[in-house]
Design a protein around this ligand. Structure first.
Ligand SMILES: Nc1ncnc2c1ncn2[C@@H]1O[C@H](COP(=O)(O)OP(=O)(O)OP(=O)(O)O)[C@@H](O)[C@H]1O
Ligand SMILES: [Mg+2]
Length: 400
């Protein structure tokens, strides 16, 4: 039976019909690895990978949404006890701070009967035990997603709490972005020897292409491999972008209503790319901020005329160079210079390498001093690394 487009290309959740199983180290799939480690008592599973590479969807696929209870890092407030946050969400009645007063009868000095009074705050321990008991009895997994959104001190506290809990059988997965919670989890001596590590690699073009091939196949269309490749290259390393573009392309081709849709030409593909960029308008503001560059403090910036007759300054030129063909996730200063030389054609005073480096450094500090949303690429060791593929896609296809 022919499926509907919306059930095939799913950009925001687990795609049933276009789920691609990728190989990790030693040719083992990520699914196989997660499946094998999640039940190991005494171990914590740490999944680390770049944004939107399929970390959450991997857990959906392997564990199933009904078998895990998920939290995100920002759910854990510094002021609230970790176990209480979890107990609240799963609906375990909380042990309120009841302080137990125990008097142990004993012999006092000079034969008088005297008691030793002890105060024990029981709530903390019993909430923890109740949570562990609830999770093990119901065969549930605790999933701490986007862990990097917890404050660094909270991350350490959680790691400390989990050390003991995993020994008692609590199955836990922690998901985070590369380098963002290494200290609390992966470099934490308390947890060393108790960690199952899964590193999710960026997607390559071959893996991305499979999404299009599998999906169009489900829609009764044999997509031309060259076209699937073209979409995969635009998607850079993002399966989400691949799903979105394929969805929009299917809409343009009206696949739900037409039995033999035409094979798209470059114009139709470009249309699908532009349509996809409409959902990424949040990056317009990011692009504008970078294009404006630092405050020129009253001085007029030097402008350059491109071969397309556009008057640009160094910051606009840099963005144009980064957005140029072919799309790529990393670019050296020299290759950016070569792209700028082509954009400017035959003019005499093109910006030199020193000027290009200085402007890239400025962009880097603008991004670093802005909110996380603005951290779309990184300039270090003479190389621009695209962190957010969606941003590069927007630069190429969106309205700046
Ligand atoms: N194995 C896969 N096969 C096909 N598509 C996938 C796969 N993994 C991810 N995707 C696509 O990418 C989207 C994003 O995946 P997911 O939300 O799991 O990424 P993430 O790494 O958890 O992102 P974030 O860092 O933002 O939390 C999915 O909704 C789906 O469209
Ligand atoms: Mg996620």
């Amino acid at each position: 039976m022919k499926l509907r487009v919306r059930d095939v290309f799913i950009a925001g959740a687990l795609p049933i019909h276009t789920y691609i199983s990728r190989k990790s180290e030693f040719g083992l799939t990520y699914e196989f690895r997660l499946h094998n480690v999640v039940d190991m008592v005494g171990f914590l599973t740490s999944i680390v990978g770049p944004s939107k590479t399929g970390k959450t969807v991997l857990c959906d696929k392997v564990i199933g949404q009904d078998r895990y209870v998920d939290f995100i890092g920002s759910d854990f407030k510094d002021t609230e006890d970790f176990w209480e946050t979890i107990a609240n969400k799963v609906g375990i009645p909380l042990e309120r701070d009841h302080t137990e007063i125990r008097t142990i009868e004993g012999q006092g000095l000079a034969g008088t009967k005297e008691g030793i009074t002890t105060f024990i705050t029981e709530s903390f321990r019993s909430n923890k035990d109740k949570v562990i008991q609830y999770f093990t009895a119901n065969n549930l997994v605790l999933l701490l997603d986007d862990f990097h959104y917890a404050s660094p001190s909270k991350q350490f506290e959680i790691a400390y709490q989990l050390k003991d809990a995993i020994r008692k059988g609590l199955r836990t997965i922690i998901i985070s972005l590369p380098h963002r919670s290494d200290d609390a989890i992966r470099k934490n001596a308390d947890l060393s020897g108790r960690l199952n590590l899964i590193n999710i690699e960026p997607w390559n073009t071959d893996e991305l292409r499979e999404i299009a091939v599998a999906g169009f196949n489900k829609l009764n269309m044999q997509i031309d491999l060259k076209i699937a490749d073209n979409i995969a290259k635009e998607s850079l390393s993002s399966p989400q972008l691949m799903q979105s573009i394929c969805y929009n392309l299917s809409m343009i081709l009206d696949i739900d209503n037409i039995d033999n849709p035409v094979m798209p030409d470059q114009d139709i593909l470009d249309q699908a790319y532009r349509m996809t960029s409409l959902n990424l308008l949040a990056y317009q503001e990011v692009a504008r901020k970078l294009k404006t560059g630092p405050n020129p403090r009253g001085q007029k910036r030097k402008t350059y005329m491109t071969i397309k007759n556009e008057e640009t300054d160094i910051y606009e030129l840099l963005l144009k160079a980064i957005a140029d063909d072919p799309p790529t996730v990393s670019l050296s200063t020299d290759s950016i210079k070569r792209r700028i030389d082509v954009l400017l054609g035959d003019i005499a005073d093109k910006p030199d390498r020193v000027k290009i480096k200085a402007a890239l450094d400025q962009m880097q500090s603008i991004m670093q001093s802005s909110e996380p949303m603005y951290q779309v690429f990184e300039y270090k060791d003479d190389e621009v690394y695209i962190i957010e593929p969606l941003f590069l896609f927007f630069l190429r296809w969106g309205i700046l």
